[in-house]
Design a protein around this ligand. Structure first.
Ligand SMILES: N[C@@H](CCC(=O)N[C@@H](CS)C(=O)NCC(=O)O)C(=O)O
Length: 209
């Protein structure tokens, strides 16, 4: 098994943190997104969606999408359980993880990719070169602000994003909060619960992944 990765990018970081929480180390292949290596025909053969992470199994199967990579890893290394154990836990964790991905991560990507000059003609990842829409950058920023407020409210009520136990939803939310810094958005001073949780996340050894 090997991971197609790009160290500075947030999506593969979700998988790296997940692996670290499992105590696993696997070989990685760096795909330099800044140099456009994801667009090379060699990589297109591995992942036609031209994104990282992509997990290549020993039989040649390639699993793209960070959440799917994590699902596979959980299935083959169930401990510690990060996707839940009971039907209820699994569904609640999946709900929060998906919410953090769609309302947090994709909002951040919307802000960044529609704003940064270097991403002109790259407003969405993938093989199609979509142009930037500046209004979407504004909307993305508003969505990230809302997400951070909502996350603070959630973490004022429960210790971890999906409830009582650490899970993949914390990993996704953590990557989102750090990614928000790329568009100069951070938890507000008064977001005490979010800041406390963030300190805990940063103190975990997996945060270095
Ligand atoms: N939904 C995908 C998103 C992957 C994604 O957007 N990856 C970015 C890096 S964070 C990428 O590969 N970008 C390539 C590009 O911008 O051309 C996942 O969760 O894996």
């Amino acid at each position: 098994m090997k991971l197609y990765d790009f160290a500075p990018a947030p999506s593969p970081r979700r998988v790296r943190i997940f692996l670290a929480e499992k105590g696993l180390t696997i070989p990685t292949v760096q795909v330099d997104l800044r140099a456009g290596e994801q667009m090379r025909p060699e990589f297109a053969k591995i992942n036609p969606w031209r994104t990282v992470p992509a997990l290549e199994l020993d039989d040649g199967t390639v699993i793209s999408e960070a959440s799917a990579c994590c699902r596979y890893i959980e299935e083959i290394h169930p401990e510690p359980a990060l996707l839940g154990r009971t039907p209820k836990e699994k569904a609640v964790i999946a709900m929060w993880d998906h919410h953090c991905e769609v309302e947090g991560f994709l909002a951040g990507a919307e802000a960044l990719r529609n704003e940064v000059k270097g991403m002109s003609g790259r407003a969405l990842p993938g093989p199609v070169g979509y142009e930037q829409i500046p209004a979407l950058a504004e909307r993305g920023r508003a969505r990230v602000r809302h997400f951070l407020t909502e996350l603070d409210e959630r973490l004022a009520a429960v210790p971890y994003v999906a409830g009582e136990a650490f899970s993949i939803a914390d990993i996704t939310a953590f990557v989102v909060v750090e990614f928000a810094g790329w568009v100069k958005l951070a938890p507000a001073e008064e977001a005490v619960a979010l800041r406390r949780w963030l300190d805990g996340m940063r103190a975990r050894p997996s945060a270095k992944a």
